[in-house]
Design a protein around this ligand. Sequence first.
Ligand code: ADP
Length: 181
Amino acid sequence: MSNKTLGGGWEHVFAVVQGDITKLDCECIVNAANRSLLGGGGVDGAIHRAAGPELLMECRTLGGCKTGEVKITQGYRLPARWVIHTVGPVYSGRKGDAVLLANCYRNSLALAKARNIHSIAFPAISTGVYGYPLNEATEVALAAVREWLAENRAYPMKIIFCCYDRQTYEVYQSCVSNELT
Ligand code: ADP
């Protein structure tokens, strides 16, 4: 675990951890969902399994979600009280990918703030089945979060990047160290 401030004041705590996001004890976790919001594989499947069937029932009422946008539900049996569902872009190699991916992070943070949430954990959105190259996706994620923090300096927010595998963790660690030096 590493705690670092990134583009904000003392009130912004930024952490990179390796582990399973469904186990994290923070107010809100972000789900890398698909547009239907009706469950899938990867982190989406893990979140639905851990949260229980009530999560799918609530998701059925939401009418899906567009790429880059966000919807919020309760966390049910998760330690997290809330789940923000966002849909990352399927990697196409076009410029628009980065805009959509950045929107996932920015819109998640904006919705969290609107709900008075002060701790949020992100998975590495789009870097699994959606095929976004890990290094590029990590740069986009960090830049989007840094920008949001700079624009919201007065709002206390703890941001956790939850990396499932060792490689993702190492890429995040090295991108964060590069940003800070
Ligand atoms: P996407 O469709 O957006 O690519 P995936 O779920 O396939 O979403 O993968 C996104 C990232 O989430 C990958 O780095 C994957 O290893 C990771 N992941 C899978 N399960 C978990 C989990 N339980 N906790 C945190 N991250 C996870």
